[in-house]
Design a protein around this ligand. Structure first.
Ligand code: SAM
Length: 288
């Protein structure tokens, strides 16, 4: 195979479209046609894509439940000189998709691993979000259960980089509601739905507005979502008057964060959200 020079075969990590088949790259079509085997997350799902591009290469399934079991066999095939491509149901494999174990094992065995890059929903959404793109953090899916999700969001509250989150239609409303409550309704965010597809919708607004919009329109709860959240403004901390900060620090010695932020906000007129966020930072730094 061109571009490979080892007695081992090469493992190609091949990105596929996230909805629009025109986003398939020419190189991806060629590599998938040339390799000995395609490892796919769901072979029936991928059969549609492969048929569309006239690719007849045999496929083998590797998903989160059998990755551990099938990895040694795929490694052996690579070591015998087979060239193998890994694809997922959509987008870039390993990005909230299976494949990490295989890539890691291949690297440890000295097998060449080559990217065939293409679409990923996270980067596509970031590029059109209108949120600062220069520094960002990818969170993947937040925990499915509400208490764990809120805890994770509280940990993210002080993050200053743009936060990228994947979400499904089942949880979009619940997730936005939690974000609104934990991060504050004024925090700027973007809901990017059904990217590259017929009903693509991208909206930038405060979390309160986005939450109300998604809750009021069932159409906006259909499909696949990327949520992007503006990082915390570094100025937010400084915007608090000294008096409010000092009061919060004193109150935090005896009260919960919620109580301390509420009372300090009442007595000083400062933003409860800003006090709450500052309180989180203080607690984090005390723990550290
Ligand atoms: N590997 C994929 C990638 O590179 O983007 C992601 C796979 S992950 C299992 C699926 C999640 O990606 C969806 O739940 C959604 O959050 C996001 N996603 C995938 N396709 C999307 C699309 N067309 N529009 C918006 N989000 C999408």
């Amino acid at each position: 195979m061109p571009g490979t020079s080892s007695k081992n075969g090469t493992l190609f990590i091949v990105a596929t479209p996230i909805g629009n088949l025109e986003d398939m790259t020419q190189r991806a079509v060629r590599i998938l046609g040339e390799v000995d085997r395609i490892v796919a997350e769901d072979t029936r799902h991928s059969a549609v894509l492969l048929k569309h591009f006239g690719i007849a290469t045999r496929t083998v399934a590797m998903h989160e439940h059998n990755e551990r079991a099938v990895t040694p066999r795929i490694l052996q095939q690579l070591q015998k000189g087979e060239h193998i491509a890994l694809i997922s149901d959509a987008g870039t494999p390993l990005v909230s998709d299976p494949g990490f174990r295989l890539v890691r094992a291949a690297r440890e065995a000295g097998i060449p691993v080559t990217p065939i890059p293409g679409v990923s929903a996270a980067i596509a959404a970031l590029s059109v979000s209108g949120l600062p793109p220069d520094r960002f953090v990818f969170e993947g899916f937040l925990p499915a259960r509400k208490p764990a999700r809120r805890k994770r969001l509280a940990e993210l509250a002080a993050e200053q980089r743009t936060i990228i989150i994947y979400e499904s239609s089942h949880r979009i409303s619940a997730c936005l509601t939690d974000m609104c409550e934990v991060l504050g309704g004024e925090r700027q965010a973007v809901v990017a739905r059904e990217l590259t597809k017929r009903f693509e919708t991208i909206r930038l607004a405060g979390l309160a507005e986005l939450t109300a919009w998604v809750a009021s329109d069932p159409e906006q709860r259909k499909g696949e979502f990327v949520i992007l959240v503006h990082g915390r403004e570094p100025a937010a901390r400084d915007a608090l008057p000294d008096e409010a900060r000092t009061m919060l620090e004193v109150l935090l010695e005896d009260l919960s964060l919620t109580q301390a932020a509420r009372i300090a906000a009442k007595l000083t007129g400062a933003s409860r959200n800003a006090l709450y966020k500052l309180g989180q930072e203080l607690q984090e730094s005390r723990k550290a």
